[in-house]
Design a protein around this ligand. Structure first.
Ligand code: FEO
Length: 171
């Protein structure tokens, strides 16, 4: 049986993962309407991944005798100044998520719930990967600057980054 503090922390995280998925879906849609098909594809897949993060946690809470709360979601941001603006927002968001994951891990240790602590390690590893990917993308965009040709190639190549990310073994 999950302790109340653990259940609460996990339900907070469920909402964060759901809002991440919704935010990336809105980013994908914006990129698609801007003619950035590669970035859109990448972001649609990223939105799906976040939904899986949420789903995994919903099922864990319920399996451990808790009650997962499926949350109402806030309206995500619908437009961006540029692709750089979008990916900076994404990276900043992932840094916030990492912090929130660390908070859940801290609650696990304080409550001596080593099973949930173990479950959370998958999320800790996932955040390392996502932060690294976000930084790689921002490095590329900084190099490109306002060069339109560079942006065209970036939009084509980001699909390779997607494939690499998808091929990374997951637990
Ligand atoms: Fe599931 Fe990118 O946080």
């Amino acid at each position: 049986m999950l302790k109340p503090k653990i259940e609460k922390a996990l339900n907070t995280q469920i909402k964060i993962e759901a809002e991440s998925s919704q935010a990336y879906l809105a980013m994908a849609s914006w990129a698609e309407t801007e003619g950035l098909g590669g970035a859109a594809q990448f972001l649609y897949q990223h939105a799906d991944e976040e939904r899986i993060h949420m789903l995994k946690m919903v099922q864990y809470v319920n399996e451990r005798g808790g009650k997962a709360v499926i949350p109402a979601l806030k309206q995500p941001k619908l437009s961006y100044k540029s692709l750089t603006d979008l990916f900076q927002t994404l990276l900043d968001h992932e840094l916030v998520v990492s912090n929130e994951i660390n908070n859940v891990v801290e609650v696990c240790l304080a409550e001596k719930d080593y099973t949930t602590h173990n479950f959370m390690q998958w999320y800790v590893a996932e955040q390392i990967e996502e932060e690294a990917l976000g930084r790689t993308i921002m490095d590329k965009l900084r190099l490109i600057g306002s060069d339109k040709g560079g942006l065209y190639l970036f939009d084509r190549d980001i699909q390779t980054l997607t494939i690499t990310a998808l091929n990374t073994p997951k637990q």
